[in-house]
Design a protein around this ligand. Sequence first.
Ligand code: SF4
Length: 346
Amino acid sequence: MSAFKEMVPPLLDWYGRNARSLPWRDRPEPYRVWVSEIMLQQTRVEAVKPYFARFMEELPGVAALAAAPEQQLMKLWEGLGYYSRARNLQKAAQVLVEQYGGELPADYEELLRLPGIGPYTAGAVASIAFQIPAPAVDGNVLRVVMRLTASRDNISEPAVKRAVEEQVREVIPRDRPGDFNQAMMELGATVCGPGGEPRCLVCPLAALCEGNRLGIARELPVKAKKKARRIEEKTVFLLVYNGELAIRRREDSGLLAGLWELPSAEGRLSPEGAGEVLQDWGIRPLALKPLPAAKHIFTHVEWHMTGYWVKLKEKPDGFTWAGRNELLEVYALPSAFRAYLDAFTG
Ligand code: SF4
């Protein structure tokens, strides 16, 4: 038996004793597993829990998700970021209603065809919800495998990920594929973690781990350097008229496509520069007050922002107006604007 295969029994045994109780894990129905996996793609488990609970309450199944108004969906996703995930979730739900009788298919390849579902998510749903022995290799699993096998391959390369999927496919136990995949992820999340020291002393696989034996686990996995993020400077305007705030919709493509936003202009503008922009927009402010600088980090871009509170004596055209409660309950504004929105909603 290869060392890699030998790790299956102790891993499953450890998982049986240490698996965290999670809402989607305790009731692994296909819809719940799918939604949780999409939410977890860029977000920590603890942060996902309340979102998941609200989502299941308001949209408890595929049909409800397929029919949900966009506003409701965006509101449920507000704060999770990466909104295309929510849109794809809904697109996939609509395909499921039209072509699969409203059920997720119990088939890896068919799952892979749905919008927003890549090899990892297809493998996770197939194995956890349907007990299909498909690999589900995310960053956690890649890290664990690279350390276990003391491999210095660059995990940013797709070929390396595919090779790991094949390695996992060969050893995944037919009777407990979902538990195996979750055990690998769980080990990566709680014991063989990213950054800092892996906790080899408490690891159930320590005796089988090449990275541990050679003392190089900490150096793994090898990753290509990321490109530096692009920095965009912006000036955000809180245009306030009679207790209402001006918002507008972003364009249908690009970053935060189609979402509501606070009006903004390029560059970090001085009060004079801000006044000129407002003039271009046909706005004559009663008062203009600078707000503190704020920063928001996306995957490839950083927004460095400054802001102005602008009191208006009349409502200019071209904006949608929302009061405090509507901003909190109806419109989904991305968290990038949170610092400025808080200045209005308190
Ligand atoms: Fe990771 Fe250490 Fe366990 Fe190897 S022994 S899998 S490096 S925690």
